[in-house]
Design a protein around this ligand. Sequence first.
Ligand SMILES: [Zn+2]
Length: 373
Amino acid sequence: MQVVLVIFIFAIGACIGSFLNVVIYRLPRGESIVFPGSHCPACGRGIRWYDNVPLLSWLLLKARCRDCKARISPRYILIELLTALLFVGLYAALYVLDLRSDTGRFEHTWPTFIGYCVLLAGLLAASAVDIELFIVPLPVLWVCAVVGIAAAAYNPSPLMPKATAVTAAVSVAATLGLVISALLLRLGLLRPSFLGVEEPDAKSGSVAITKASGVDPRKEILRELLFLAPALLLGLAAFLLVKFAPPVRQWLNHLLDFKTAVGPHLASGLGALLGMLVGIAWLWGTRIFGTLLFGKEAMGMGDVHIMAAIGAVAGWKVVTLTFFAAPVFGLIYALYLLAFKGKRELPYGPWLAFAAMFVIVFYDAIWSVLIPG
Ligand SMILES: [Zn+2]
């Protein structure tokens, strides 16, 4: 039966990869990802359904458009194959090789596995766009974060660290603060920071990163600190409330009680929310301190969103290890560049993505190295 499941996961992976190709091409160009249907970029003719089968069509058409014979980039089949192989690899690592002792059986933790696959696909798409255009497609990461929180709430698997009374209260309050700030920003009551604007211009389809000239990065980063102020203040208020008001703490402990029907789902879902906030805190904190310290923009807001998605899907422990592992991989690559010149530099997002998948798979091994015995 497992062979059937693996073939199924491979096929789903190839289809998701096919969809990622659409996302990677259209999202940064401000085009809709559902309409119109796939068409040849050279002649504009629609692609027939039987020419749109992942992996196979590219091979059968010998990498050429049926109508105009224009070459189809090998990137299409590469992304499809990579997604399929990564999905199967993740399944093998978790359920065949049992690299993480607390994974449990597939029948019990499949929603968590789906969450990981969505994160994997999202990070792959974000990395591909980041490498090509040096921008991060934010909606892809929002989808990952929502799926991660939903999967954790639906399926309280041991892979997601649960929220306690204190962390649950702080997470909800801080998220409320972020929502308030986002609303104020949308209403124009809070001014955006003028550091690297990474969102593509939907109307012109231009994807150039517009760096405002003549702005003081230290002043701009204080604007971001103001954006975070409601989240920080509400988080602190919630912390003090739970710490010093026993009735509130008892009520929360009852809500999150594992022996009740709702408790485990709430503790797991809020654990995912906590993971998202911890991911945001590590990278946005580094961005703010780095920019204040060096007077130059440090880290991008796209990377903050990548960390949010990782934390929401994999929890605060994985996202924290990812934060510290990513520079190590980046450094190894930098040394490689130093030794073999000629390759162009990569943005930071793909390193976060690579580190996250590495930590998700080798979590147990990493801990046994960090804390031997
Ligand atoms: Zn064509």
